[in-house]
Design a protein around this ligand. Structure first.
Ligand SMILES: NC(=O)c1ccc[n+]([C@@H]2O[C@H](COP(=O)([O-])OP(=O)(O)OC[C@H]3O[C@@H](n4cnc5c(N)ncnc54)[C@H](O)[C@@H]3O)[C@@H](O)[C@H]2O)c1
Length: 349
């Protein structure tokens, strides 16, 4: 299966490595606005075709499927063009910047009949798969509350990530998308009813801070920053369940924090920072630790599973685990949080 990768920056490395490990995939074409970057990756991974314009890559009839690893503001247009050119698509999270764009991508998926997988990579992680199996077998009962935190004390990636025009927002759309999605997915994808969100622009990007390293965009530039540095929200669903979330690119916190917890009427689960199943038996509370090689999100393994799954989906062996409809719902939630914050009141759906 001949693969094209559009966007050869930081995260593309995880796509390239995983395709290289998949026996059915061949890294065939690479496109980046930055020609040197595309050529370097082509040399490293043996791709025979490089481009600086994605339309040219899509015009190559041999390309069967593409990974889109570009700035968020380009996801929708590239995904639609790729689908119309008859390619299967794996698009990095977030699906796009707005609900309107998300619906347009969904329409293109329907009319093309091709597969589109949204890069909700946490769904493909082993710790998620373990918890999902407990949930599907009823061990947690009805999940009525979830709580997710992804706080970076220092970690605004700069460049396009910090430019609202290109990113759509800060830590909420970049990090929040992962943890909101994973809770929502494990809660059984309930319909959203209302959202109350807050975003804060209090600390800037703190590029003045020395002695600490963090994830950076390929074209790191600390001089522009138009995104929030912190966001929180309470999301309520039609079935009465609720989800509380907070995220930051920077915060006066002692350390980074990652937590994803789900609470049901029969049991609970902690996905992050370390896998745990919580229940009660014979009047005794039990904390059970599943025995697994990775007790939290394992980046490499999750990306490999995601790419393998994408390839299997194209081959018709599996149904995608992160379809475009879920990408649309996630855009409704993320945009709802921004809207609620802007209006200073709860948003009803
Ligand atoms: N799943 C994850 O855990 C994860 C992690 C990091 C980033 N991401 C997502 O991956 C995407 C890329 O992030 P990154 O960190 O690699 O950014 P990056 O800035 O390091 O790389 C983006 C690359 O895309 C190229 N590009 C932008 N627009 C283009 C276009 N129209 N045509 C061709 N090339 C174009 C840029 O030149 C750059 O090389 C974003 O959507 C981001 O949200 C996902």
């Amino acid at each position: 299966m001949k693969i094209g990768v559009i966007g050869a920056g930081s995260i593309s490395g995880a796509h390239f490595e995983s395709y290289a490990n998949n026996e059915q995939a061949e890294i065939f074409a690479i496109c980046d606005l930055n020609e040197t970057r595309a050529k370097q990756k082509a040399e490293q991974y043996g791709a025979t075709h490089t481009y600086t314009g994605y339309h040219e890559l899509l015009a190559n009839k041999e390309v069967e499927a593409v990974s889109i690893c570009t700035w968020n503001n380009t996801h929708a247009e590239i995904a639609i063009a790729a689908l119309q050119a008859g390619k299967h698509v794996l698009v990095e999270k977030p699906l796009c910047k707005t609900v309107e764009d998300a619906l347009a991508v969904e329409e293109a998926v329907k009319s093309s009949g091709k597969t589109l997988q949204v890069g909700f990579v946490r769904r493909y992680a082993a710790n998620t798969e373990i918890v999902k199996r407990f949930i599907d077998n009823g061990d947690l009962g009805d999940i009525y509350y979830a709580k997710a935190t992804c706080l970076r004390r220092l970690g605004n990636p700069g460049g396009w990530f910090a430019d609202k025009e290109r990113s759509g927002g800060g830590p909420l759309i970049d990090l929040g998308v992962h943890i909101i999605d994973i809770c929502w997915y494990l809660m059984g994808k309930p319909k959203v009813k209302s959202i109350r969100g807050n975003t804060y622009h209090q600390l800037g990007n703190r590029s003045n801070v020395e002695h600490l390293d963090f994830y950076k965009a390929a074209d790191y530039d600390p001089n522009k920053n138009t995104v929030e540095d912190m966001a929180n929200a309470l999301i309520t669903f039609e079935n009465g369940a609720s989800l509380m979330v907070d995220v930051s690119f920077t915060l006066h916190a002692k350390q980074d924090q990652m937590a994803v917890n789900l609470y049901g009427d029969k049991g609970g689960a902690e996905l992050e920072p370390s896998l745990e199943i919580i229940t009660e038996k014979y009047n005794t509370m039990l904390n059970a630790t599943p025995q697994t090689d990775h007790h939290s999100f394992n980046f490499q393994q999750a990306f490999q599973n995601e790419i393998d799954y994408f390839v299997d989906t194209i081959n018709g062996d599996k149904e995608t685990r992160s379809p475009v409809s879920d990408g649309v719902e996630m855009m409704k939630i993320l945009c709802g949080i921004y809207e609620s914050s802007e209006k200073g009141k709860e948003i009803q759906f």
